[in-house]
Write a protein that binds this ligand. Structure first.
Ligand code: DCT
Ligand code: MG
Length: 459
């Protein structure tokens, strides 16, 4: 089993896509609607939500309101944004196409405000409130600034308060915070805002699998995030790595980054150490990763994807096969590279030193110099996450998402079961014990939820 698991890169997303078919009917009888609304599951994590659903026009409008509330209310109260998110999530799971607000009777997450917006869209093709937001200069600037890697709503607001109109203003003033992400995010803004395609993501995941397998035979490499939910595009590539033996995964990440660097695939990035501590976890429901997603060891960075990744030749050789290790960077190669000064991008750039980032010239000039030079690659955001096997299936659920699925499942676990759900596990805080899982199905079963396929977690 372990051998099988180790060799199967979960790049089954193309299969997932094929499976996504709308089984629902656009129109149903009023009696069927009533029945559906009466039995509609309360929690998003209890419902199926496919990428392709019947109420896209409505969810697009509600999501503009949600995004506006998220940007405006950052640092304050997210309840308005959350209300819109819940409403949109309900619309995504409805088995019929809404033609009239009366059809939403009995659905508790669709409030009066959302009903007005939906009526506008149904009656006039658009909502005046949504149109106003889309036209607003503040919203346009916030969207632009927050689409820079490393920029959240607070920094975007600060930039607007400085009177900055566009990214040239930010570039002219240099990287104000000395944050490597912002410097590289600005320099590679265009690349990073071209969506990553599934084919590229799979091509890169296969290389990660090959290299990781050479470093740690038996490694489990899984393409997670939106691609695992069947999306054809994403803003980044999220890859989860583990090993059937708990603890064997330790030490993999630096070697993997070095191997990818040796193959010329790494531009810049930052490693985070594993900071998981169960003693802290058991203290309180609220105590979790402050401002962090989780406590796993991970590398967040930008990789260089050769343009050929988008049109790969599918050859048998590129597929890792059982008992036939694919050629990859060897230990000797890695040592040679680490010692070498030949590949200048290698040691210097992909592990920015904290001190060096502060006001350093390198951080301001280097990214722009590299992005302006002729190149046959695109900069792509990559997250590599390392999870011990004992936490792997919770990490798999957490890193598969969607974000709303996670938020909802965590709240559901707390309110309905009195358990704390994170990407590290499901914990009984009173008994101070974790509920371990040997599969994703077992995670759902511990949560007393029906199993939901990744393609149905697009709520
Ligand atoms: N995640 C989460 N909460 C966040 C951010 C992320 O629970 N605030 C989880 C859910 C998805 C996963 O991590 C990967 O995150 P993203 O890459 O941001 O999301 P995505 O669904 O993969 O979106 P995209 O397709 O745009 O990359
Ligand atoms: Mg992603």
């Amino acid at each position: 089993d372990c051998l099988k698991a180790s060799k199967i890169v979960e790049i089954k997303s193309s299969q997932v896509l094929k499976e996504i078919k709308i089984s629902a009917k656009p129109e149903v009888s009023p009696a069927e609607e009533n029945e559906c609304n009466r039995n509609f599951p309360e929690w998003a994590c209890q419902r199926k939500a496919k990428l392709e659903h019947l109420n896209k026009k409505l969810t697009s409008a509600v999501e503009v309101l949600q995004e506006f509330a998220e940007l405006r209310d950052s640092n304050q109260d997210y309840s308005r944004a959350l209300a819109f998110r819940r409403a949109s999530s309900v619309l995504k799971s409805l088995p019929f196409q809404v033609q009239n607000v009366e059809q939403l009777k009995g659905l508790k997450d669709i409030g009066e405000h959302v009903k007005t917006v939906i009526s506008d869209v149904l009656d006039h093709g658009s909502s005046s409130e949504v149109e106003e937001i889309l036209k607003s200069e503040w919203f346009k600037k916030m969207k632009l600034f927050t689409s820079v890697f490393g920029i959240g709503p607070s920094t975007a607001k600060a930039w607007i308060e400085r009177g900055w109109e566009n990214l040239d203003d930010a570039q002219k003033d240099g990287c104000p915070s000395g944050d490597w992400r912002i410097a590289w995010g600005l320099a590679f803004f265009e690349d990073l805002n071209v969506p990553v395609g599934r084919i590229e993501a799979i091509a890169f995941s296969q290389i990660v699998q090959e290299e990781a397998e050479c470093i740690l035979p038996g490694v489990i490499t899984t393409l997670v995030g939106g691609f695992r939910r069947g999306k054809s595009q994403g803003h980044d590539v999220d890859i989860l790595l583990s090993h059937p033996t708990d603890g064997a995964e330790m030490g993999l990440l630096p070697k993997l980054i070095a191997a990818l660097g040796k193959r010329g695939l790494v531009l810049i990035g930052h490693k985070e150490k594993n900071s998981f501590r169960s003693d802290i976890l058991y203290q309180d429901f609220k105590l979790s990763a402050r401002g962090q997603l989780d406590h796993f060891e991970k590398w967040l960075g930008i990789c260089k994807f050769p343009k050929s990744f988008s049109t790969p030749k599918i050859s048998k050789k590129s597929k890792p096969e059982i008992n036939q290790p694919t050629p990859c960077t060897t230990d000797t190669d890695l040592k040679a590279t680490a010692d070498s000064s030949l590949d200048e991008s290698m040691n210097e750039l992909y592990e920015p030193k904290a001190k060096k980032t502060k006001g350093s010239e390198a951080i301001e000039l280097e990214p722009n110099r590299i992005s302006a030079a002729p190149r046959d690659w695109l900069a792509r955001r990559v997250d590599l996450i390392i999870a011990p096997k004992s936490q792997y299936y919770y990490a798999l659920v957490g890193w598969t998402g969607s974000k709303h699925f996670n938020r909802d499942a965590r709240l559901y676990a707390q309110k309905k079961l009195g358990l704390k759900l994170t990407s590290h596990g499901l914990f009984n805080l009173e008994k101070r014990e974790p509920l371990t899982a040997q599969s994703e199905e077992e995670v759902f079963s511990h949560l007393k939820l029906p199993y939901i396929d990744p393609a149905d977690r697009n709520c």
